[in-house]
Design a protein around this ligand. Structure first.
Ligand code: PMV
Length: 324
């Protein structure tokens, strides 16, 4: 059996502004992952997709099993398989006999990058099966193709952080900077339980930007200042300084009007329980929030978030790859 895996991700600083050319920082979430295994199928079977716990386009929830050639054109897994086959040098007309089993513990449509992670895991699994090297850069570019089809005009930060599997400082259209984390730190990550359609929230921000361009450009510039300060704090190991910067970034996101009562409730709960700072992560309006916590405070902050109604609470340790 051959397999590919990929972690989840959170945007630490700079969401939305990153769509307008400002920098953003994202980090992998290692406690959750997408996993794809490949095994040879029956002779003449073609490719079968087995999705253990993923809702897919038009298929509803739950486990199911279907031949790749019958997948609807709008099925992201179909698109990812086609890209993967092309990458390993196989024409889709020469469909190999394979069973691809796809599973993921990354919550869907909450800003944790589940789509990009499933595509990454699938490409890695196919590359391993066909014995083709696949660099992080190549992975990121292929995943971006799938992201573009399903998410409108993504900045590219999701595919980048997931393909590189380490903290990134990202500016659209520029080479990625892999961030060296001077001193590791903990994040608690909590789900509002409200799904958030990134495409829609990004579209609404764009409409408001068109009407109030000067104000929005000013807010994006202010976010960029926060992100640059956060980059310096991460590099210098001054992770406590990230707390106030997260609160500042959140205040600017509120001015962009992308927070929500559910997010605000969780942010207040985390801060009252001793988090050093907290903000929404991703598109907003729902999805996840993140809080910076000292290690001894992980349990109290987690409990406070659960009491405040979080649907799920995760935590992750942010570090450079050599230290994991
Ligand atoms: O909700 P997510 O994690 O897909 O993040 C969206 C982040 C935005 O900056 C709002 C959009 C983007 O493409 O970067």
């Amino acid at each position: 059996m051959w397999e590919g895996k990929a972690p989840g991700k959170v945007i630490l600083f700079g969401e939305h502004a990153v769509v307008y050319g400002r920098p953003a920082i994202a980090v992998p979430v290692n406690g959750v992952e997408a996993r794809v295994t490949v095994r040879p199928g029956r002779r003449g079977s073609g490719i079968w997709l087995e999705c253990c716990n993923l809702p897919a386009v038009g298929q509803g929830n739950g486990g199911y099993h279907y031949p790749f050639r019958e997948a609807p054109a709008g099925d992201p897994l179909r698109v990812a398989v086609l890209l993967g086959l092309t990458y390993v040098g196989i024409a889709p007309s020469q469909e190999p006999d394979l069973v691809l089993t796809i599973s993921s513990t990354i919550p869907i449509a909450r800003g944790l990058g589940s789509g990009a992670a499933v595509t990454t895991a699938l490409l890695r699994a196919l590359a391993t099966y066909f014995n083709r090297p696949l660099s992080a850069e190549e992975t990121s570019q292929l995943v971006y193709e799938v992201e573009k089809l399903f998410h409108g005009t993504p900045s590219g930060i999701d595919n980048t952080v997931i393909a590189y599997q380490q903290p990134v400082y990202f500016v659209r259209g520029e080479p990625v900077e892999l961030l060296q984390v001077g001193a590791p730190f903990h994040l608690v990550i909590a789900d509002t339980g409200v799904t958030s359609a990134t495409r829609q929230v990004v579209g609404e921000v764009r409409q408001r930007w068109q009407v109030e361009r000067t104000r929005y450009e000013g807010l994006f510039d202010a976010i960029a200042v926060v992100v640059r300060a956060a980059r310096a704090a991460i590099l210098n190991g001054e992770w406590r300084a990230l707390g106030p910067l997260m609160n500042e970034n959140q205040a600017l996101l509120e001015e962009l009007d992308v927070s929500s009562p559910e997010l605000d409730r969780l942010l207040t709960a985390a801060r009252s329980a001793g988090a050093l700072g907290a903000k929404l992560s991703g598109a907003g309006r729902g999805g996840f929030m993140i809080a910076l916590v000292e290690e001894h405070n992980i349990a109290p902050v987690t409990e406070a978030l659960q009491r405040a109604g979080a649907a799920q609470v995760l935590s992750t340790y942010v570090t450079s790859p050599a230290e994991t």
